[in-house]
Design a protein around this ligand. Sequence first.
Ligand code: ATP
Ligand code: MG
Length: 408
Amino acid sequence: MALSLSKEFIRNLYNQRSQEKQVNGYPLAVSPLVVSIWKRLQQNNEKYRRIFENAAVGIYQATLQGQFLTVNPTLAEIFGYESAQEIIANSSINLKAKVYVDTNRHQELVRLLQEQSAVWRFESQVYRKDGSKIWISENGRLLYNTKGELVGYEGTVEDITYRKQAEVALNEALEKAKELSELNSQFASMVSHELKNSLTIILVSTDLLRLHSQKMTAEEKLNRLEKIRSAVKNMTGLLEGVLTISKAEAGNINLENVRVDVKGFFQEIWQDVQAMTKTNHQFKVICDHSACVTLATDIRLLRQIFFNLILNAVKYSPNATQVECEFSCQGAEAKFRIKDEGIGILPEDKENLFKIFHRGKNARRFEGNGLGLALVKKAVDLHGGNISVESKVGVGTIFTITLPKLSG
Ligand code: ATP
Ligand code: MG
């Protein structure tokens, strides 16, 4: 058995040698190696052959150009080959150098070997025979012939794909936890800052009314009361938004079939927006033939979507311009477009528009918390819908929402 293996082994090496002869002149480098391996096999007999054949790690010898000279069955298995012979036969086309996903890894391995004579735990991503990718860890050292000439390198290969996948999953989880904790502290400081501001307004206004009400005109008193009212509204809006987002995140919202009269629905929202902003924008609702639609929805959530979009349309566009809501049914989808003639959205802000607390660079002079669109996106996702935006700075913005409909 030992003898037949050795013959096979030598045959592979001679095949290798004759091919190298034609390729780039390495036969002389291989020849002493053949002799030394042959001798070693003869001397160390069956015991070492078994260790080599049954090792849990892949073992190989390769030329400096990355052509395998000898490999054990485990190495063939790691790379997805049927046998050691098959992988060696393929190595005539410089297989070892080609397997690295990052082509610089093989050069790096050889460079490190030349600098340090040996490398430990050299980790790379490699291709298997079927093109799938795995992670390996290599230990290697340089090989010299009897004349002390450098002829190649040898080493072991371990498949560490599971460990790498676990590492990636762990890193992702850590990254997510970090993001979440950053978001939480950002969230806490934003909410407390906003609440503190509103409470200060309330405190200052009530103190003024308490201490100086006799000296104040009716209009000044009304003005102060209005400030208190608006501060309370701001706090309520903030808390409502925060609660809706956390409810949606916890999956505590149930969708049921609701028939929506689209024109009436938009008019109701418009009345609220008008009362809140005292706007004199023109409001237009355009419906195609179907003015009613049945949606799987939570009506309060649906209201939040369009209330926030229409409020934004008013807030970010000059007085007296038009805000337009268009509704149409397209196949299995209900399509809504909210269009304004406002300041528009800068291209660099588009990517983060739906992220919580994100505010556009051109919107800082307007009051806001960056909560509205995050809430809208969450609600649209919850409906299995889609939201997109088209905008031109200084011209206007169109938000398009599609929601799956049950009937027209
Ligand atoms: P909040 O809604 O919490 O009161 P906000 O309006 O700033 O504050 P979002 O509604 O989430 O927050 O909007 C995020 C950002 O997107 C805004 O700050 C603004 O820069 C931009 N934006 C949203 N809608 C429009 C619009 N119609 N026109 C121009 N910019 C818009
Ligand atoms: Mg908003």
